[in-house]
Design a protein around this ligand. Structure first.
Ligand SMILES: Nc1ncnc2c1ncn2[C@@H]1O[C@H](COP(=O)(O)OP(=O)(O)O)[C@@H](O)[C@H]1O
Ligand SMILES: [Mg+2]
Length: 335
């Protein structure tokens, strides 16, 4: 196998919130890799720790939250060992992030041009006039029509889709090597959503960026990603290439997510939702977090947490079914 360059390697990352009711392990020992020029998807239901994972990478976790363990190696250097000042430089020059809600991330009292230009002024020490000219170029690059006019408009004068394009423009202004997009299209309607994903894909190819897309939507994963990590309750339960994940999902949770996706190619009688709900985050659980909702769970699953382990090439799954401890019901082992 050809060795691929890893740009980001997360090891045993753990982030907790220390609240009056107790500790919430929002990110609970995560290992991940983002390869150069590739897209990694992070998928999971609301509350599974996706946003806290992405904010942890940029060290944007505040009280009562704290990164309590692990490593975040970006091009071989651990971001958890950087000073705050070094982190600001990383956020301005290497790793950019876009969020779900562009309206709350854009400043309403500055024009979009000023907000993009600010990045060029700070990081590339350009004067305002040159920076505004570059802002027009980058608005054109992200597909905003009449960028010469738009550059002087305020966020409220733009549609949701256009605002998200502006956010992408701001994120790209520093020429990042890694773009983290947290539910970048969730607030948008379906057609605009497709256009924004297409844009992210184009830009990624054009600039050989690495991208980490966070989403609760497997459709978005299928459209954009090379590899996927499925998260459940702060842990990765399955890690695979997109092809492997969609053709041979291994974890019962992933299988459930896929079963609840509408399919276009066949008559689907009824969408099967995953039964039960995400457990209470304060509850200490010894076993697999998914066991109470799992159709295959046996007593072992409730008492012991399985490791995230290789099943097939790079395909990894955290489930007893695929271990030699599993004798109960061999027929559920989807090969
Ligand atoms: N400020 C906070 N205080 C306490 N707990 C929090 C806070 N922010 C997040 N959490 C906990 O972290 C968990 C993961 O949150 P999040 O990463 O936002 O989920 P996702 O993005 O997957 O929907 C939540 O279920 C919540 O319990
Ligand atoms: Mg989130």
């Amino acid at each position: 196998m050809v060795k691929q360059d890893t740009i980001l390697e997360i090891k045993q990352l753990a982030t907790s919130f220390f609240t009056e009711e107790g500790e919430v392990k929002a990110v609970d020992g995560i290992d991940l890799k983002v390869l150069k020029g590739k897209t990694l998807g992070i998928v999971g239901e609301s509350g599974s720790g996706k946003s806290i994972l992405s904010l942890s990478i940029l060290r944007l976790i505040f009280e009562p939250g704290r990164i309590v363990g692990g490593e975040i190696n970006y091009k071989g250097e651990d971001l958890l060992k950087k000073t705050n000042r070094q982190m600001r430089s990383i956020r301005g020059n290497h790793i950019s992030m876009i969020f779900q809600e562009p309206m709350t991330s854009l400043n309403p009292v500055y024009t979009v041009g000023e907000q993009i230009a600010e990045s060029f002024q700070i990081h590339e020490k350009m004067n305002k006039k040159t920076a505004l000219r570059k802002a027009v170029d980058i608005l054109r690059l992200v597909g905003i029509p009449s960028p010469e006019k738009r550059v002087h408009q305020y966020p409220f004068e733009l549609s949701g889709g256009m605002r998200q394009r502006v956010m992408i423009a701001i994120a790209l202004a520093c020429n990042p090597e890694l773009l983290i997009a947290d539910e970048p299209t969730t607030a948008l309607d379906v057609t605009i959503q497709a256009q924004i994903l297409e844009l992210i894909k184009d830009l990624q190819k054009q600039f050989q960026m690495s991208v980490m897309i966070i989403t609760h939507d497997l459709g978005v994963v299928a459209e954009t990603c090379d590899e996927v990590a499925v998260m459940y309750c702060g842990k990765v339960v399955e890690y695979a290439s997109v092809d492997q994940l969609f053709s041979a999902p291994k974890h019962p949770y992933t299988q459930g997510l896929l079963n609840s996706l509408p399919r276009h190619d066949e008559d689907q009688e009824e969408l099967e939702a995953i039964r039960g709900t995400v457990p209470n985050p304060f509850e200490r659980v010894e076993g697999c977090r998914f066991a109470p909702r799992c159709p295959h769970a046996i007593p072992l699953c409730f008492d012991h947490l399985p490791e995230l382990d290789h099943v097939d090439g790079r395909h990894e799954v955290r489930c007893w079914i695929y271990t030699d401890k599993w004798e109960a019901k061999p027929e559920v082992r989807a090969e």
